[in-house]
Design a protein around this ligand. Structure first.
Ligand SMILES: [Zn+2]
Length: 333
């Protein structure tokens, strides 16, 4: 996503965050609501040389430019190596050499060494005494050692240092980190703004509302689903395909993703059985709800599986078993 093309619901939140008085924001909320682009836009705005009246970055000054090419000298991005590589942020040279030589895999956690570098980054004094920004994402990927390393800087940052931390879970977030930040709960976009935004990102108009519903109203997830090839008609055909045993229609779903899909289906059948609106599927695409005890048993099994589904011994065998089980659970008496 271009740095200056924030969706309207994130732009609104950015303007609110810029009013904040504290020096550290923690952006919290379920995944797919835009924590990362919002954190980046906040960092960019804090560093911008000619922001607008609300403090929002101009997108054209020298500072905005160096941020857009990811070489801003006053911005420290603290993230796991795997995430930095995914998002195009530089990884420390020595580490990169080891990763490229396959001596080790990119870390999934923020490394203590990187946390220490961040601390010296904030302490480095220059004649200008300008503002510096630290962005930590995902903040829950700091192990206690890394988190403890940054505590003091977070509490009493030297000079004009500001922090933005973002996370989509409160698990693994030390209370001592949380208590040193102002917390902002990410807001859900309205359907009326999320659908046009998805269409503007290249999602076909017929797919956008269906993908958004399939992803529980999370626009980033809907966009990713589209990028991965999910189309509205695939999604809408899922419940019937399972009931009718046409498992080849679900060939694209494997392991953890398949379990997630089945959890959504199970959730919606529960809702419909209790006279409520489904959340992920359209009412007309769902079969009649089976009896509650059958759904309860299936739901428990899916929760259990969700913990291990990404590491099955035989993915194909597991797929077949999952779908046969789903078909049985969806049978109405
Ligand atoms: Zn600027």
């Amino acid at each position: 996503m271009a740095l200056n093309a924030l969706p309207p619901w994130l732009d609104r939140q950015l303007r609110t965050l810029l009013q904040g008085r504290g020096h550290a924001w923690l952006l919290l909320g379920p995944s797919g609501l835009g924590q990362y682009p919002l954190a980046l836009a906040l960092a960019q705005s804090w560093l911008c040389l000619q922001p607008d009246a609300d403090g929002v970055a101009c997108g054209t000054c020298a500072s905005c430019h160096s941020l857009s090419v990811r070489t801003h000298p006053d911005l420290c991005m603290l993230m796991p190596e795997a995430m930095a590589l995914d998002l195009g942020w530089p990884v420390e040279e020595g580490a990169l050499r080891d990763i490229e030589a396959k001596k080790r895999k990119p870390s999934q956690q923020v490394r203590v060494g990187a946390a220490r570098e961040m601390v010296s980054f904030t302490q480095f004094t220059r004649s200008g005494g300008d503002r510096r920004v630290v962005c930590i994402y995902p903040a829950d990927r700091m192990n206690p050692e890394a988190a403890n390393t940054i505590l003091k800087s977070l509490e009493e940052p030297p000079g004009e240092t500001r922090f933005v931390l973002a996370s989509d879970t409160t698990h693994g977030l030390l209370p001592t980190i949380r208590s040193r930040c102002q917390v902002h709960a990410l807001q859900w976009p309205a359907l009326a703004e999320a659908v046009p935004w998805l269409v503007a990102q290249g999602v076909p108009a017929a797919d956008a509302p269906v993908l958004l519903q399939a992803m529980g109203g999370r626009p980033d997830d809907a966009l990713r689903a589209h990028a991965e090839g999910l189309q509205a008609n695939h999604w809408r055909a899922v419940p019937k395909a399972i009931v009718q045993g046409q498992f080849e229609a679900l060939a694209d779903w494997q392991g953890g993703a398949l379990v997630e899909l089945l959890k959504k289906l199970c959730h919606d059948l529960f809702a419909v059985g209790q006279g409520q609106a489904p959340r992920f599927f359209a009412r007309e695409d769902l079969p009649p709800a089976p009896i509650t005890p059958a759904l309860s048993a299936w739901s428990r099994e899916l929760l259990e599986l969700a913990r291990s589904a990404d590491h099955p011994f035989k993915p194909d065998l597991m797929r077949e078993a999952l779908l046969v089980r789903a078909q049985a659970a969806m049978r109405t008496p």
